[in-house]
Design a protein around this ligand. Sequence first.
Ligand code: SAH
Ligand code: DHB
Ligand code: MG
Length: 221
Amino acid sequence: MSKRSWAGVDDYIVGSLFGPDPVLDAVLAANHEHGLPAIDVSPAQGKLLSLLVRMRGAKKVLEIGTLGGYSTIWMARALPVDGKIVTLELDPHHAAVARSNFEWAGVSERVELRVGPALQSLAALGAENAGPFDFIFIDADKPNNPIYLSWAMRLSRPGTVIVCDNVIRDGDVVNEDGRDANVEGARAAFSFIGSEKRLDGTAIQTVGAKGYDGFAIAIVD
Ligand code: SAH
Ligand code: DHB
Ligand code: MG
């Protein structure tokens, strides 16, 4: 199977199960127009995140790595009216595009965007006692995955679901030659989840419009 057929099957999944979404399509167009890299989750993956948020019954969501807010909007839409998502972004330009996208999507009231290095924002959230979060999506600079996971533990409670994106990287996660910092970050996520006694987790390999990659998913005991 080629990447092209994976994308075709993604179109089929979207077309037969939930259909294209003009608002989210406009968000992707705005991201492109403003020069953001097209590294958002795919539509089928965004839908998965929204379903996981609903299945968890999450009211408080934390996202590390906003980009233009595509994944944020998927998750924000899955929240109850009194739900909230805090999303962390380093790049002020990405953050400005995301803010405008949140307005366009009508989710601004449920989204709190914090601009700056996630490590600083996480420390601030800890100091403010902003946790515990019910659902945490980690999708920023991959080498910091272990630090983000340890913050996720501190900002969680039993039952919190943690999802970490891009942990398969075309299968390079098992390629010992790979010295790529992003691949090392993927492996670090596996060793963190595998060795943390309070986490019960697995990973799913995914193919689709975004190629071959995957999510790690874990629940806090
Ligand atoms: N979750 C988004 C994609 C995020 S891409 C979606 O699926 O739609 C990764 C984002 O993490 C980029 O916008 C990048 O600027 C941001 N990022 C990178 N390093 C960061 C850091 N140290 N702190 C916060 N955000 C960071
Ligand atoms: C890439 C993809 C992502 O989903 C991400 O969060 C960061 C980088 C990439 O393909 O390079
Ligand atoms: Mg990602």
